[in-house]
Design a protein. Structure first.
Length: 218
């Protein structure tokens, strides 16, 4: 049973650039099911409160039921791949996201609906295509933060949160893109970005010079 205090106000929908995750972690591994496409992958769909805080691990005795999403498995592998080591099929990542975040929005989305909602949001947004249409490509070139912000804002109608990290040469690069989503998990909504997603200097996006390889340099 969910108590009122475990409810939430909206979601963050977070996508990650795989190469940049690899830089943060110093090491990363392809999933056992195959090398992911050169595309953003889903990191998570995270229930949040309007005050900036968020609930987590909302059930002591919930478990992730892989068979409940067996019909989504192909999309999960392509759109929500894990880059963590040791290599695995993604079940560990999905299970972690469900237990930490998904269990906190169970008043609205059951497990199947939760993962399906995230897959639908990724498709609806088409982030890689939005950037490509604006001439922004993962070609090792540098793009201004403003140009990325503008491309996404113009295409979706909503201002994204943009988090960066630093590549092996110390250059700032695009790591994660956040959009806010309504409580039903189906519609992007307006929200403000207090910078909490970007509260350590390594995650903030700075204009830089230099040239990182196969990533979105900023
Ligand atoms: P990091 O410290 O890498 O930014 O975040 C670690 C983890 O904390 C994230 O993967 C996510 O699970 C959680 N987290 C960080 N910021 C937020 C937030 O604003 N909302 C929610 N729901 N989770 C967050
Ligand atoms: P969150 O950041 O949502 O708390 O947790 C992310 C967790 O999932 C971390 O423990 C991380 O090691 C694991 N994980 C597995 N694969 C991935 C991946 O591809 N990206 C990210 N960000 N975390 C992953
Ligand atoms: P996880 O393995 O749970 O994704 O990450 C463990 C911790 O590593 C996170 O809670 C976060 O503090 C840190 N971490 C993960 N990714 C990043 C990143 O891009 N930048 C920074 N500064 N810390 C990160």
């Amino acid at each position: 049973v969910l108590s009122a205090s475990q409810d939430f106000d909206f979601f963050y929908f977070v996508q990650q650039w795989p190469g940049s995750y690899c830089d943060t972690k110093r090491s990363c591994c392809y999933p056992t099911t195959g090398k992911p496409a050169s595309d953003f992958g889903i990191h998570g769909l995270w229930p949040n409160y309007n005050d900036g805080s968020y609930p987590s691990n909302c059930r002591s005795s919930s478990s992730f039921n892989a068979s409940a999403i067996s019909d989504l498995i192909g999309k999960m592998r392509s759109d929500w791949p894990t880059l963590a080591c040791p290599s695995n099929d993604g079940t560990k990542f999905w299970s972690h996201e469900w237990l930490k975040h998904g269990t906190c929005s169970e008043s609205v989305l059951d497990e199947h609906s939760y993962f399906e909602a995230a897959l639908n949001l990724k498709k609806k947004m088409g982030l890689l295509q939005i950037l490509q249409n604006a001439g922004i490509q993962p070609d090792g070139g540098f793009y201004s933060l403003d140009s990325i912000n503008e491309a996404i804002s113009n295409a979706t109608g909503y201002t994204p949160g943009i988090a960066c990290n630093v590549d092996a040469s110390g250059n700032s690069q695009l790591y994660q893109i956040y959009l806010c989503v309504d409580k039903s998990g189906s519609k992007f909504i307006k929200c403000s970005w207090p910078g909490s997603y970007c509260d350590t200097s390594s995650e903030c996006c700075y204009p830089t010079t230099g040239k990182p390889a196969s990533s979105f340099g900023i």
